[in-house]
Design a protein around this ligand. Structure first.
Ligand code: NAD
Ligand code: HSO
Ligand code: ZN
Length: 432
């Protein structure tokens, strides 16, 4: 991790966002995979699974026997922890439920919005470098609360051709209908276009590595997606009141996800910056995923020293990080200065992993600066709306003139005619 000033950081940041070369290579790889799946269906899924996950599968679907076997492999402590997390995630997401509404604006006029759950949703659960039963909960519970009828899940197989048992148990607990053993861009293409085995869905949700996130971007439009939820990011704003060991531990918690993950601390204290670096080095040596962490910090680990907190918030709003921790004297007061972040954690005792697993808010969050316009995954992602318009004969006849006027100005006389016919209708029996 290196220390930078605000000016150095912003200069590097601008240069890195304008470098599209890396994205071009990624795009080519992803587009080749998507075309392969569209052309060859299941055969391509077996082929890419062999190539990228190094396993030759017999079937793309998790069998009943595998689901039963998984239950025998997980311990009671895990089940208990999962149940507690489920309760918190359910309670939080219940608050997001949206209802249909109708207003009777004036006599004879009924307007409203009808809320309908999506029919069929595909959930991507990452599984390359770690297993994510927590993501199963985060992505399926809001879909269930919304009332989605069919939920299918896809995740990469392990080297033995099976899916991690903890993921399978989580999926059974929350009521997933079918589980596929496919990961990466090929899984996204299969959900978007369908294959012999995998049925096309209306919307794909869930996080993943750069291949998954980019594939979602490419299929968007042919299918809905939730957001770009790529490699994990953490940004911590720390003042002299933040314990350096806590800051270091929280930065490392996201660095361990992926070599492409990003961990940034913005601090007003150069002394704290130096203490954090020392802590990061000390703690890294004790961690199992040391190799990934070292690569991640080398590529995307930074400590930025600013003159004051307002400068720190300016950087945060420019970065729009997936996760933001405010480890400052008055975190609640600072909240009003934050515009762009996927999830905001306040104070020294609200570390990011609390949100990853347990507190209740969703951990599928926008990355790569997209928190400037995107929100956390929620019940609202699984519902769509239809407008309702109902006018009586009298109400329409009263509204006719302005409608005819606007239609005529637009030169759309068939529109005007549709209204004019009803304005002129004197038939007493045609009431509705
Ligand atoms: N933003 C969020 O909300 C959020 C939440 C959880 C996890 N994450 C992120 O999800 C990611 C999980 O990544 P992961 O790798 O562990 O699992 P993953 O399932 O996302 O990716 C693994 C798949 O990537 C494909 N792949 C790997 N190398 C490839 C190559 N060279 N060419 C083509 N395809 C290739 C393979 O098909 C493999 O199955 C991490 O970056 C983590 O930070 C993000
Ligand atoms: N931090 C991840 C989102 O970027 C979510 C997660 C799941 N398990 C552990 N962490
Ligand atoms: Zn995490």
């Amino acid at each position: 991790m290196n220390i930078q000033t605000k000016e150095q950081f912003l200069q590097d940041y601008k240069a890195s966002t304008s470098n599209q070369l890396k994205e071009q290579e990624l795009d080519q790889a992803v587009l080749d995979i998507i075309s392969g799946v569209r052309e060859d269906g299941d055969e391509a899924l077996y082929r890419y699974t062999k190539k990228f996950d190094h396993v030759a599968l017999d079937s793309l679907i998790v069998s009943k026997e595998e689901l039963i076997e998984a239950k025998k492999q997980v311990d009671a402590g895990f089940l208990d922890a999962l149940q507690q997390a489920i309760e918190n995630i359910k309670a939080f997401h219940e608050q997001q439920k949206e209802k249909s509404w109708f207003v009777n604006k004036e006599p004879g006029i009924l307007l409203g919005q009808k809320v309908t759950p999506l029919d069929k949703v595909g959930v991507y659960v990452p599984g390359g470098k770690a297993a994510y039963p927590s993501t199963v909960l985060m992505d399926v519970i809001p879909a269930k609360i919304a009332g989605v009828e069919k939920i299918v899940l896809t995740t990469p197989p392990q080297a033995n051709g099976k899916i991690n048992p903890h993921v399978l148990v989580a999926a059974q607990l929350v009521g997933v209908d079918t589980i596929y053993k496919v990961g990466g861009a090929q899984a996204i293409a299969a959900l978007a276009y369908g294959t012999e085995t995998i049925e096309k869905v209306a919307k794909i949700v869930g996080p993943g590595n750069a291949f998954v996130a980019r594939a979602k971007k490419w299929v968007y439009g042919d299918v809905a997606i939730d957001m770009i939820a790529g490699p994990s990011e953490i940004c911590i704003v720390a003042d002299q009141t933040a314990p350096p060991s806590f800051v270091a531990a929280d930065l490392l918690s996201q660095a361990e996800h992926d070599e492409s993950a990003s961990s940034i601390c913005v601090t007003t204290s150069i002394a704290l910056a130096e203490q954090i670096i020392a802590e990061v080095e000390k703690q890294t040596n004790t961690l199992e995923r040391k190799e990934i962490i070292i690569q991640s910090l080398k590529q995307n680990g930074k400590i930025i020293v600013t003159a004051n907190l307002q400068e720190a918030f300016l950087i945060v709003n420019e970065l729009a990080p997936e996760h933001l921790q405010l480890m400052v004297e008055n975190p609640n007061e600072s909240l009003s200065s934050i515009k762009n972040a996927g999830a905001i954690f306040l104070g020294n005792y609200s570390p990011e992993p609390l949100g990853d697993y347990f507190a209740g808010p969703n951990h599928t969050l926008p990355t790569n600066g997209t928190a400037k316009f995107a929100s956390p995954l929620g019940v609202y992602d699984f519902m769509k709306k239809s407008s309702i318009i109902s006018y009586s004969k009298e109400a329409l006849q009263q509204a006719a003139d302005p409608i005819i006027k606007i239609a005529t100005v637009e030169g759309l006389t068939a529109h005007a005619n549709s209204i004019q016919l009803r304005k002129d209708d004197t038939n007493a029996s045609s009431k509705n």
